[in-house]
Design a binder for this molecule. Structure first.
Ligand code: PHE
Length: 417
């Protein structure tokens, strides 16, 4: 039976899952697209008032069930929910690894001075090579198992991520755009809070960032051996996750403002705007290499958590870890191909956008709210056992989280965009 070797190892692994492209790549452009610092208000509210209690319940449920998500749901005669979540986790991973591949390429590009642009790179077939490297690396770590693979990798990656972020934040505080970036973050235009889309994006971002709804916390919770104070550890995890997102913004925006560029660049912010801004700065190459290495460590520690969900399901059905990973890599290759090809000259698209953007948007707007709803409802309403004895947490996850998720999905219909 796999188990974490220590409390700290568990905390690092969950932070590793939470801290990812979502914090450093997605969060800054969400802030940029959603009116700047005002976005922090709904984001913090969603993170600490809704996300955190759901996190506690999911980890505790995993600890209680002590098994993979399909078996956990099967015990409540709802095995199909477990399969559904495993499929959504696999779909997220399928495109997450494509972006991880871009990140690997960008570490190399920054060292050579950004001579290749994002457009040139992605329209060639080169991203396929980096994507396969990302697939292989993720599979390799998970093949070492829970303690020697996932926990050990996270225990190295997380401290490095904080060191790299600190280095970059210190460097950025010397840039002329630093003041403007702080202003953008801390002196926001509160009028945007009246727009439902801001709240929807904030909830989507908070849940995605905390890795909620993907069965990861259930799976990771099932590897808890010793008694742990899960609410307290969850607070540490959520705070660290927020700290990385905030620092991520402080790393990106000063560079963007120093060069007089626009922060509302969408998904291109880290890959197009930032390299062009960094290229002209003192030590720009080093800065770029540190930034993309940071992004790489964050991305891999999240992708291993996503891979562990279906791998644990396969192991639970009697497969060996190595075989489970082998089959998952083949599935991920096939499922990821449309995303991997979407920016190349093959241009695979859906509803008029690159396939990768389409699947990212569908998952975060529809997939994640549904899976989070399933988890919240199953482990409060549908279980006979008490998952948490903290009344407030139970009330929030039982009533408020489902209500918020339903409202969120309803605004999608009423106020599209
Ligand atoms: N939380 C990760 C991030 O912020 C992404 C993720 C989402 C990982 C869902 C696992 C599950 O990048």
């Amino acid at each position: 039976m796999s188990e974490w070797s220590s409390k700290l190892g568990f905390v690092f692994a969950v932070i590793g899952s939470a801290v990812g492209l979502g914090n450093i790549w997605r969060f800054p452009f969400q802030v940029g697209n959603n009116g700047g610092g005002a976005f922090l208000i709904p984001y913090l509210f969603a993170t600490f008032f809704f996300g955190l209690p759901l996190m506690v319940v999911a980890i505790k449920a995993g600890e209680r069930m002590g098994t993979d998500i399909v078996k956990s749901f099967s015990e409540m005669k709802k095995g199909y929910f477990g399969w559904f979540i495993a499929v959504v986790a696999t779909l997220i991973l399928s495109y997450y690894l494509v972006i991880t591949g871009w990140v690997i390429a960008f570490i190399l590009f920054s060292l050579t001075g950004f001579t290749t642009s994002f457009g040139e790179f992605t329209s060639s077939l080169k991203p396929l090579v980096y994507w396969i490297v990302a697939l292989g690396f993720t599979g390799l770590i998970v093949s070492y198992g829970v303690e020697d693979g996932i926990e050990r990798a996270a225990s190295i990656f997380i401290p490095l991520i904080f060191i790299f972020l600190a280095v970059l934040a210190v460097y950025n505080s010397t840039l002329s755009g630093f003041g403007e970036a702080m202003d953008f973050f801390l002196n926001p235009d509160y009028a945007v809070l009246m727009e439902p889309r801001i709240w929807r994006s904030a909830f989507g971002q908070a849940f995605f960032s905390l890795s909620l709804g993907m069965g990861i916390l259930l799976t990771y919770g099932s590897y808890i051996g010793d008694e742990m104070n899960i609410p307290k550890l969850s607070v540490i995890i959520a705070l660290s996750n927020f700290a990385v997102a905030f620092l991520g913004g402080l790393v990106i925006f000063p560079v963007v403002f120093t060069k007089g560029l626009e922060p509302s660049q969408g998904a291109k912010l880290a890959f197009v705007t930032l390299p062009s801004a960094m290229a002209g700065l003192p030590f720009g190459n080093v800065l770029g290499a540190v930034f993309f290495s940071l992004l790489f460590l964050a991305a891999v520690s999240s992708s291993i958590s996503l891979l562990e969900v279906p791998v644990a399901v396969a192991i639970g059905r009697g497969t060996s870890r190595t075989r489970a990973i082998g089959s998952m890599l083949v599935i991920l290759f096939m499922a990821g191909l449309p995303s991997a090809l979407s920016y190349t000259s093959a241009g695979v698209s859906m509803s008029g956008m690159p396939f990768l953007d389409f699947i990212d948007e569908s998952i975060s707007d529809i997939g994640l709210p549904i899976t989070a709803l399933i988890i919240a409802v199953t482990f409060t309403w549908l279980t006979d056992e008490e998952i948490t004895d903290v009344k407030t947490i139970d009330v929030i996850v039982r009533y408020l989280v489902p209500a918020a998720l339903v409202v969120l999905m309803a605004t999608e219909v009423v106020y599209p965009v």
